[in-house]
Design a protein around this ligand. Sequence first.
Ligand SMILES: O=C(O)c1ccccc1NCC(=O)[C@H](O)[C@H](O)COP(=O)(O)O
Length: 198
Amino acid sequence: MTKIKICGLRREQDIRYANELMPDYIGFVFLKGKMRYVTFEEAARLRSLLDPAIPAVGVFVNEPAENVIRLLQAGTIQIAQLHGQEDEAYAEELRRAGDHCIIRAFAVRNSEDIHRAFAFPADYPLLDNGKGTGETFDWSLFQEQEKPFFMAGGLSPENVKEAIECFHPYAVDVSSGVETDGFKDYEKMKAFMDAVRR
Ligand SMILES: O=C(O)c1ccccc1NCC(=O)[C@H](O)[C@H](O)COP(=O)(O)O
């Protein structure tokens, strides 16, 4: 069964939605200035309210590795998603601090980006259009791959079934497509999860 990550949770209401719907992962965005940004302290509070069975993914853009390690070791997050220009050495630094799961996101603009994504030494590549843009990347660029991956970018209850049938991702990742007016929408979250799990 394809796993589901719902990203950009930032309110206690979002956590209540997640605890009821039980996605496989949720994401906290730590990029300052972004609408979905949460502070380390806010994330710790939200983590404390989240069902322990749901791993929290920390989404970072070129964050100092020591900060990511601190959040992992504190248990605020369980997985690090690197969404900037973090290189192999950065990923290795996280690994030296503990056997942490690493997702490395790539914006797909051409087929070379897909090759780079699958060559990067992370547990999972994440193929995306950008950073929470609500837009799909050009799906025609995709070539069959062996390594399990996350698929993101403009997914919604309306298109996620097609994405799964075409690309067979390990997980699908959504943020904008389950929001209304910039806030997580319970009915859209439920519709997305039903579309994946039915
Ligand atoms: O979601 C954001 O605002 C964001 C900001 C900066 C870096 C990454 C961000 N999101 C990362 C994600 O994993 C999103 O879920 C992914 O980009 C898909 O977003 P969407 O196209 O809105 O479903």
